[in-house]
Design a protein around this ligand. Sequence first.
Ligand code: SF4
Length: 471
Amino acid sequence: MAKLSGIEVYKNLPRTNCGDCGLPTCMAFAMQVASKKRALDGCPHVSDEARAALGDAQVPPMATLSLGSGDRVLTIGGETVMHRHEERFQHPPILAVGLSAALGDAEFAERLDAIEALTFERVGRTIGVDAIAIRHDGVDVDRYGAVVTRIAAATDRVLLLLCDDPHVLAPAVAAVADRKPLLVAATEANADAMASVACQYGLPLVLKASGIDRTAALSERIAAAGVRGLLLDPSPSHVADAVGVMIQLRRLALEQRVRSLGFPTYVDVGGLVDATLDLDLDADARATAEMMAGLSFVMRYAGVMVLDTIEPWAVHPIVTARQDVYTDPQVPNEVEAKLYEIGHPGPEAPVLVTTNFALTYFTVAGEVANSKVPCFICVVDTEGMGVLNAYADDRLTVDRVVAVVREQGAMDRVNHSRLIIPGLVARMRMGIEEVSGWQVIVGPDSAAGIPHFLHTVQSQYQAEADTEAAG
Ligand code: SF4
């Protein structure tokens, strides 16, 4: 069934405008139900017939499920839209890195340490790899169980058990079931035994079939066996096909409401790259291919992704894109508008001004920190807009900048009256100078130029001070 309109919901309401739902009219309530802000149950007078008529549309088109335990519970699925601008994407994909159970001890420990180190700070948040995918790679049952237990003891990250032999998998699952790992994968050949393991411990299970029709059929079979948490791997044979398949799956789940496809998806990016590309690729080229494919699946529409690269430069763009795509486009990402100190600024320290859009502030603050020049940064409340947008929208004006710098007391903390403004709003310079009497210096257009800029102006100030002292 296609998405319900407000009118369709309205037709099934009592249309008495009694207000018992907290809204003044039935139409207002209907619009909220259609936009998923309210549930139909919010109206106490809905008839059974209306409930039945709208019931199917009230069920979320994609299931939500959680992996992990303790502080590492991660939720995926529950998506409702094809495009982020329609509403928002709900739950970011879980990013795992593969670790082969067949590795020798030294290499195994080294790789585990490298995976644990794959975290980054960005716009005030820690982002990085969420999970470890333990690849079976043909080892015996004792070895696989020992490796899974060892990794579980060494990390609190979510565990993915990539083993399609139920006899090898079952003892490993028993050892770490309380960590709520993801089991990968049920196929047409092993579905019953894998479903049995998943049901025994109440764990989510990836199903892997070739193409969408067979994925739907296997999904029905496994759901009938009692498995509740499913992920779909339609096994595209080539990276180039995979994004198209992911889009098709999403359309069928959300727009056609095909119940057997209403689950989050699973993509083995490392395996897909290996199946697609020339195996003689050097390590950097292979990591680049994983990065490019991983970026595609962040956009379209992975629930869980497994990489094999442990190169920070390949993982960082993926987690960065994930952070950006999974913010709410209707809620600006802001920092508090106040005077920030970077390093330990003294009376000689430069004073910069910027806006409270989080990405802008953290980028500027990061580059100031890189420069190793302690600075004050005055942050103007622009309701989460970046510099140019705020300027165009009159939220970053001459009077406002002067008022904020005065209110925050920046000039009281230094022995000069120089203010550095973003290069993108160079035309504000004269106005600020006229209103405030400060000397305004135009900074670089891009934050990347800040370190060089700060060193240059610092040298100039020092030369001026030396000349003054000598004269
Ligand atoms: S409670 Fe039901 S009948 Fe009353 S206004 Fe709200 S939607 Fe209409």
